[in-house]
Each structure stands twice: as structure tokens, then as C-alpha cells.
Design a protein around this ligand. Structure first.
Ligand code: ATR
Length: 306
């Protein structure tokens, strides 16, 4: 996964480790451009399925694989991939900060996130991008038909995932973007970093009591296996017609979405749509072609529900 956080459910041992470490430079019999998702673990990643579907649908000929990098071997694995004619990488846990450090050139949105989920080889250096924010905005506005402009948006969490989406949400001109985090100092830091870009503020979790929001996004790393601890977030955060959106995706309702339903959220959605949209944005960066995401969403979730 590169954008929404992947469900650990169904993870298997690495079923296919990349051969990038030993592959010789691309032989003439293998003319396909090479791309990969790099992470640890990576065997559960849906990125190959998604990117290969995009390639088929747009008629782009490429090879996309999984690249398992040792926890202390990100840069070396990327270097071998380049030497084997690798052109682009989706970057997932735990390497997004290292990808940012490796990129010699970075997009504005990567700088805002201080993390890269996408790398594109520019002939002699890596260009680093972050497509997570664009992915969540596209999923909210195009796929779910939500309006962000003029609405009250709450992001729970202030870590890497929150940083990855906050700038893009703010660019949509919400009435206010509120960041609330268990460790308030991190919410303050994130809000301060973006305050020149729009109406963003940090709020201590306790101070949210009595406030209501139109869109509430879970950007914490709360695990899938647990319930939301009682009292973690105040009651009655959801306005009428509100949407609860979890950056995590899973085949069943996530703990946050279960909690949101109990709290009266009108709609609940997990992060599968964001995962697909951020992948499409990466594909566009690499290939200059924007794939249609609808068929891939239906392929991965034929019943359409969360
Ligand atoms: P990621 O890149 O997934 O965002 P991260 O940068 O470690 O990972 O950030 C994790 C986020 O989830 C943080 O906002 C963290 O809150 P703290 O800053 O207070 O640590 C939040 N988080 C993780 N576990 C949590 C829990 N049990 N309750 C509330 N917030 C939690």
C-alpha cells in the first residue's frame, strides 16, 4: 500500500521477492519499463494489482513488481533497482521518510508532507512526490461526491499520514481544517506549518466536545484488531449528513468506522478509494496518462460497500 494504510489481514510471507538485487541491466529481450512498490513488509500490497490493471486499461507496456527492502537497506535496494533499469517506485511503510531524504528533487506536496510515497527516476536523480493528499481529495470529491469547500473538516492524528493529506485538504478551501491528536504538540506543529495556506488550527482532543464536523478523517495508526478505546475521542463530533473517512482500508468495517457509526455518522468509508486514487496519480506522474479508477475499485470491491 502506498496511500491508505494497508490491512494487515491476510498478509502472507513474502510470496515473491524481487530479483532487482541480482538482475543484470535490462536485456534487449525484456524491453518493458520497470516499476515497483518498495516496503517492508510488502507481500500484502495491492499496488501490483492496481498498477497492472491501469497499464492494461491504458495500453501502457510495463512491468510492476514487489520489492522487499531490508529495514536497514532501503537506499541500497533502490540503487540496485535503478541499475536494473527501474524507472519508478511506490513507497510504503516504513520508508516514506527515507524516500524523501533520497529524492534530490521534490514536489511541493512532498515538501509539505515531508515524506514521499512516489519516486520517479529522472535520468540521474530521483524526483520525489507525495500523491496521498491528491488521492484522498479525489476520492472524496469525485468518487464520493463530497464537497470540501466551505465544510468543517476534522483530521484525527498528526503523524505522517495526517501530514500527507493536510495540505491537499486545505487547498480545497474548507471552512476550517481542524487537526486533533493525542499528542497535542504535534497537531500544533502541523497546523503552524500550513497556517499560511488556509484556515487550519490544532485543537486539543478534549476541546472538541460540543463541536460538530461535516467530514471526520481518521489518520491515526490505531490498529485494526482493537476497538476505539472508550473516551479517546469526544462524543457527538458528527454533524447531520457527515462523512467518516478512514485512511485505513479493510474488508470489514474498521474500528474507527464502527465507532463513527455508533456515534451517528451518516456515511462511512474506508481508504480503498484513496489507495487507488493515489496509485493513479503515481501512474500519471510516471506515464503521463491518467487511468480510469472506477473499474479497479469495482475489481477490488465488487460489492461496492465498505
Ligand atoms: P503514520 O505515518 O501512520 O501517521 P505516525 O507518524 O507514527 O504514523 O503517526 C501515528 C499517529 O497515530 C499519531 O498521530 C499518533 O498519535 P501521537 O502523536 O499521540 O502518538 C496516532 N496514534 C497512534 N496510536 C494511537 C492511539 N492508541 N490513540 C490515539 N492516537 C494514536
Amino acid at each position: 500500500m502506498t496511500g491508505g494504510k494497508g490491512s494487515p489481514a491476510g498478509r502472507r510471507p513474502a510470496d515473491r521477492l524481487s530479483d532487482a538485487g541480482t538482475a543484470p541491466p535490462r536485456p534487449s529481450s525484456d524491453p518493458l519499463d520497470r516499476y515497483a512498490v518498495i516496503g517492508n513488509p510488502v507481500a500484502h500490497s495491492k499496488s501490483p494489482l492496481i498498477q497492472e490493471a491501469f497499464a492494461r486499461a491504458t495500453g501502457q507496456r510495463l512491468r510492476y513488481e514487489r520489492l522487499l527492502a531490508p529495514l536497514d537497506g532501503f537506499a541500497a535496494t533502490v540503487q540496485k533497482f535503478v541499475e536494473a533499469n527501474g524507472l519508478g517506485l511506490n513507497v510504503t511503510i516504513p520508508f516514506k521518510l527515507q524516500a524523501f531524504a533520497l529524492a534530490r528533487e521534490r514536489s511541493t506536496r512532498a515538501q509539505s508532507a515531508r515524506a514521499c510515497n512516489t519516486l520517479a527516476w529522472r535520468g540521474d536523480h530521483w524526483f520525489g512526490d507525495n500523491t496521498d493528499g491528491a488521492g484522498v481529495v479525489r476520492d472524496l470529491t469525485r468518487n464520493l461526491g463530497e464537497t470540501i469547500a466551505g465544510r468543517k473538516v476534522l483530521v484525527l492524528g498528526a503523524g505522517g499520514a495526517a501530514r500527507g493529506i493536510a495540505g491537499a485538504l486545505l487547498a480545497e478551501r474548507p471552512l476550517r481544517l481542524t487537526i486533533a491528536n493525542r499528542t497535542h504538540a504535534k497537531a500544533l506543529e502541523l497546523a503552524a506549518q500550513l497556517e499560511r495556506d488556509g484556515p487550519i488550527s490544532a485543537a486539543p482532543l478534549g476541546s472538541l466536545s460540543g463541536q460538530q464536523f461535516d467530514i471526520v478523517i481518521n489518520a491515526t495508526s490505531l490498529g485494526l484488531g482493537t476497538r476505539v478505546p472508550a473516551g479517546l475521542w469526544p462524543h457527538r463530533l458528527f454533524a447531520a449528513q457527515s462523512l467518516a473517512y478512514d485512511l485505513i482500508y479493510a474488508d470489514r468495517a474498521t474500528p474507527f468506522l464502527q465507532w463513527a457509526r455508533d456515534e451517528g455518522a451518516a456515511r462511512t468509508t474506508d481508504g480503498l478509494g484513496m489507495l487507488i486514487e493515489q496509485a493513479a496519480e503515481s501512474f500519471y506522474l510516471w506515464r503521463g496518462v491518467r487511468p480510469d479508477t472506477g473499474p479497479v475499485f469495482r475489481m477490488l470491491r465488487p460489492d461496492g460497500g465498505t
